[in-house]
Design a protein around this ligand. Structure first.
Ligand code: UN1
Length: 503
């Protein structure tokens, strides 16, 4: 019998007010129930926001380095439990254990980075324009943060949001994706063990419409940090704009890799296999378009089809498996619908394009790595995010032409260029419209201490990762201390009375 999990509100485990539950199943073996979770609604969100609000004052008064120490301790616990966390995550959402170890490591890196930021969180000091007056800016917490996270990085992405929020002094209502509630529940458990006080971190399980939107609409939630689809992001943005709530959005992508005729083709091949089919293509940063220089187009496509057709699919707990299942049935159906569209619009199906079947594969939501060649920029499979193991290959005449194709999308998260021509590389760095550009490396694999985010409809200008995350989770307060014992009027007295001024 699978374990029944509960919400965690104000330091107490609680069932959903509705009394309802939902099951979380293993996408590589749908008969296996990973856990049972409360199906919450607005009432549970209200209780969690109340708890977060009550805990806020005391938490906001903890010195930031102390808050950082708690997050550091959570990182230490994650180190000790890494293998177990990774294996449970593979059972929960299917990606191979090599990658779930990476996901946990990304959380650990974020813990140590965020903890260290507790001893920086720099403000600015600058000289005043008046004598006997001091000026500085300091960072202060904002309030209650709503954290709404996706299923593809069940540990890493929640930590990108929760750790900087905690170190900043905010309290949290956390709604994880309903495909990955178990890893999220474990993360909360780890933070509680590390010393996060009651009410500072609350988790409410359930669906986006019932729980997610109740968090977004709640007047006492000041911040929303969301990673997910562009459609949902727009809805969140619209609702939040009515109360001018601050929102950080990490949304869709249609990332491309360019391979020029002078590139190291073996290296580019390794890059595309990892970028397109790693995590079964289910990353915001996944490579879903490959733009090949016309001179190497046929040759590279042959090399790619040969390698991609040999990728081993299966249960990600088997170390020899390279590609896991899609996260659920609906996702696999969606992926397949793009195959149908690709065929209808005249793209050439090179490999894949169907469910992967036979033996243990029949138990889960497996889809064959799929490559479409002769894709043109106007085709649906060149424009829409698929979020699965489907790669669209396009042809370019030159670096300029390749960049033009790469930029021809409403998204702009990650991008990659393989070339040995340094002039072309720098031109690409300048002209590609994306939040991240890799030279001679795949589109996936961002590091946690560097800014992460995209341009255009990939987001709304905020960055996660690194110190930039703290810009979102803190408010800047500017402080002036006048120790002259007289009224000094900035801009007026500055150039009349102060010593040293001649105007
Ligand atoms: C995502 O897919 O939403 O850069 C995040 C990467 C990972 C994070 C991906 N570090 O591929």
């Amino acid at each position: 019998m699978a374990k029944a999990f509960k919400n965690f509100i104000g330091g107490k485990e609680r069932d959903a007010e509705s009394g309802k539950t939902f099951e979380n199943r293993n996408p590589a073996d749908w008969s296996e129930v990973v856990g049972i979770f409360p199906k919450s609604d607005k009432r549970d969100v209200d209780a969690a926001v109340d708890a977060a609000r009550q805990a806020y004052r005391e938490w906001s008064l903890y010195p930031a380095p102390k808050r950082g120490d708690i997050v550091k301790k959570a990182g230490d616990i994650m180190v000790a439990r890494k293998e177990d966390l990774a294996r449970e995550m593979t059972r929960e959402m299917g990606k191979v254990v090599l990658e779930t170890r990476g996901d946990v490591q990304e959380g650990i890196d974020t813990a140590y980075y965020s903890a260290s930021e507790g001893r920086r969180m720099f403000g600015v000091t600058a000289p005043s324009e008046l004598q006997n007056k001091f000026t500085m800016s300091v960072r202060v917490p904002v309030g209650v943060a709503g954290v709404i996270s996706p299923w593809n990085f069940p540990m890493a992405i929640p930590t990108w949001k929760i750790f900087p929020a905690l170190v900043s002094g905010d309290t949290i209502v956390f709604k994880p994706a309903s495909d990955t509630p178990k890893t999220a529940a474990t993360l909360v458990e780890i933070l509680v063990e590390a010393g996060v006080p009651d009410g500072v971190l609350n988790i409410v399980h359930g669906g986006g419409n019932e729980v997610g939107m109740a968090i977004v609409e709640h007047p006492d939630v000041e911040l929303i940090s969301f990673t997910g689809s562009t459609a949902v992001g727009k809805k969140i943005s619209e609702i939040s704009s009515r109360s001018l709530k601050r929102v950080s959005l990490e949304l869709g992508g249609k990332n491309a890799e360019i391979v020029m005729d002078d590139a190291n083709l073996e290296l580019a091949l390794d890059g595309i296999l990892w970028g397109a089919f790693g995590t079964t293509g289910q990353r915001c940063t996944a490579t879903s378009r490959l733009i090949l220089h016309e001179k190497i187009y046929d040759k590279f496509l042959d090399m790619l089809a040969e390698r991609a057709s040999r990728l081993k699919l299966g249960n990600g707990l088997d170390e020899s498996v390279e590609v896991g299942p899609c996260v659920n049935e609906a996702q696999r159906e969606k992926v397949h619908s793009y195959t149908e569209i690709g065929k209808k619009e005249g793209a050439r199906l090179v490999i894949g394009g169907e469910f992967a079947k036979g033996g243990d594969l029949d138990k889960g939501w497996f889809y064959k790595p799929t490559i479409f060649a002769d894709v043109t920029p106007d085709m649906t499979i060149a424009r829409e995010e698929i979020f699965g193991p489907v790669l669209s290959v396009l042809k370019a005449r030159s670096m300029d032409n390749a960049i033009e194709i790469l930029n021809g999308t409403i998204y702009g998260l990650s991008s990659a260029v393989y070339t040995r021509n340094i002039n072309d590389a720098f031109k690409a760095i300048r002209d590609i419209k994306a939040g991240i550009t890799y030279i001679n490396a795949p589109t996936i694999g961002a590091e946690t201490h560097m800014p992460f985010g995209g341009v255009k409809q990939t987001g709304n200008g905020h960055r996660e990762g690194g110190a930039g995350a703290f810009d979102f989770f803190t408010e800047i307060k500017t402080v002036y201390v006048d120790y002259s014992d007289k009224l000094q009027r900035a801009q007026i007295d500055t150039y009349r009375e102060s010593k040293g001024n001649t105007n």
